[in-house]
Design a protein. Structure first.
Length: 284
């Protein structure tokens, strides 16, 4: 399971040449916000060339209801990206529209149908917050949900999305929590959003640690310097792994038990599920 997804502007050959050495679990070549409209035709060609022969490289296209989205997909899908990152959806209907376009493009280019996965940035439009349950069972291509605060705050007309101490203000904490719950309900990965101050490694370390604590399996990055910090934060420490192994072993040795004692603590089925998930992520 991917811990870190590093955004790289698809029109920057210089940044792309260094991207594979950053240690990121996955790369997201960006054709949307970090690329000016006039530069997108060249960026599509650069992205397609970069994709050939590389694994775990995703493409962020433009919004599915934009004029650019079809051109983005036509350019990059033949080069077989790992997945498409979908920005600014209104709900799962937009992911289904993307999935339908991927079906057609994969068939026409001899790619296994269903190979290209989808990650949805599910909170960038205010109306999207009211449709997050629509991702449950929507498409087998759905691999992850993530969220974003910048477009949402612009849409809300807010002057800021964090308080003086850097904490999310209530509307954005709500969006983050809903994304996490929607991902769990849809049984896909939950990926936390970017930490925009890439110079603040201490703040990033704490934020990423909190993300893993809360249930996120990974995080978006906007600068190579963030990758190692994120990767380290999403690796369980030895004590956590050992405790999870003991919980699983305890229930394996006591089949049918609903609750058992361990180290003076009552351990029940939710603890077992948490332990199993931690060990599954560790194996991946």
């Amino acid at each position: 399971m991917n811990r870190s997804y590093l955004f790289v502007p698809a029109d920057s050959e210089r940044k792309l040449s260094k991207a594979s050495d950053t240690g990121a679990d996955a790369l997201i070549l960006d054709l949307e916000d970090s690329v000016a409209a006039a530069a997108r035709p060249d960026a599509r060609e650069i992205a397609a060339d970069y994709l050939n022969g590389r694994e775990n490289v995703w493409i962020r296209i433009n919004a599915i209801d934009s004029d650019d989205a079809a051109a983005d997909l036509a350019a990059v899908v033949p080069a077989a990206p790992a997945g498409i990152v979908l920005p600014k959806p209104r709900g799962a209907a937009d992911a289904l529209q993307l999935a339908s376009q991927l079906d057609a493009l994969e068939k026409s280019h001899g790619i296994d149908v269903g190979q290209t996965k989808i990650m949805v940035i599910c909170t960038e439009r205010p109306e999207a917050l009211f449709t997050l349950d629509s991702y449950i069972g929507a498409t087998s291509r759905l691999a992850a949900l993530t969220w974003g605060a910048e477009d949402l705050s612009a849409a809300l007309g807010a002057s800021d999305n964090r308080d003086e101490e850097g904490n999310w203000l209530p509307p954005y904490e709500l969006a983050r929590s809903l994304c996490l719950c929607a991902a769990a309900a849809a049984d896909v990965a939950a990926v936390d959003t970017v930490y925009t101050d890439f110079r603040d490694t201490d703040g990033l370390s704490q934020y990423a640690a909190n993300a893993r604590r809360d249930g996120f399996s990974g995080m978006l990055a906007i600068h190579p310097a963030q990758v190692e910090v994120i990767n380290n934060a999403f690796v369980p420490v030895v004590e956590e792994i050992e405790r999870a192994e003991r919980i699983v072993a305890l229930f394996n040795n006591n089949p049918g038990a609903g609750a058992l004692g361990m180290d003076g603590e009552m351990i029940d089925r939710p603890h077992l599920v948490q332990a199993q998930r931690l060990l599954q992520r560790q194996e991946k």
